[in-house]
Design a protein around this ligand. Sequence first.
Ligand SMILES: Nc1ncnc2c1ncn2[C@@H]1O[C@H](COP(=O)(O)OP(=O)(O)OP(=O)(O)O)[C@@H](O)[C@H]1O
Ligand SMILES: [Mg+2]
Length: 241
Amino acid sequence: MSEGHPLLVVDAVSRFYENGSVRALDQVSLRANAGETIALTGASGCGKSTLLSLIGLLDQPTAGCLRIGGQDLAAVARPSAFRARTLGFVFQFHHMVPTMTLLENVAAPMIALSVARAERLDRARAMLAAMDLGHRAGFLPSRVSGGERQRAAVARALINRPAVLLADEPTGNLDSRNGERVIDLLLAHARSQGALVLVATHNPDIAGACDRRIELRDGRLVAARPARTTPALLCANLDAS
Ligand SMILES: Nc1ncnc2c1ncn2[C@@H]1O[C@H](COP(=O)(O)OP(=O)(O)OP(=O)(O)O)[C@@H](O)[C@H]1O
Ligand SMILES: [Mg+2]
């Protein structure tokens, strides 16, 4: 993406429920570039998951516009194909297919891109090895630990080299040691692929590991700050470009 053309543009986006009485998101605008890692923080119910769902084409805004790579998300003709090509998801719970091995789970997203079976398995094996899971490739999700399952979920989310990786409390179900391992691998591999990462989190360590932090309160963006600078440097300018 050239300067002045952010990969992600969220422009005055609102999402209301219950005839407007619940304002899950209210006029949120932000821009983000390829390769950035961004923590999305704020109290429970502030709108983090709602925003990720809109960016991930799992939901549609009540008002406003979202673009990825210049594409207006409201005008995407085949959302499932767009998701497979452009987006990766990691959720709090792994959502692995229970009857498929980790290898088959990680290889599955490549079917939508028409990658040949042998190549799918080769690439999935390499990605599992990169997540320190080579020795678990043939196991069913129920036969590995929670941390291993979540690392496999990260492998699956990154396997198609998505431009945008969306992670919703990806370590919320893990102890701190395993959570740290998952997030370290997620950020390292996403950065090496040049992906934009948005991670919703309550964990200050995860927020601190990201390039910048965006905070929501009651559906509104209240502040954004580079995570690695002092808290005194609160910055209201949300434009990354
Ligand atoms: N389908 C729905 N119908 C009505 N209200 C909803 C719906 N989905 C979410 N909300 C409301 O929208 C607001 C934002 O919810 P959201 O799930 O985005 O919060 P969150 O920041 O992800 O919270 P948490 O940290 O607990 O995951 C909340 O008040 C929630 O109750
Ligand atoms: Mg949430």
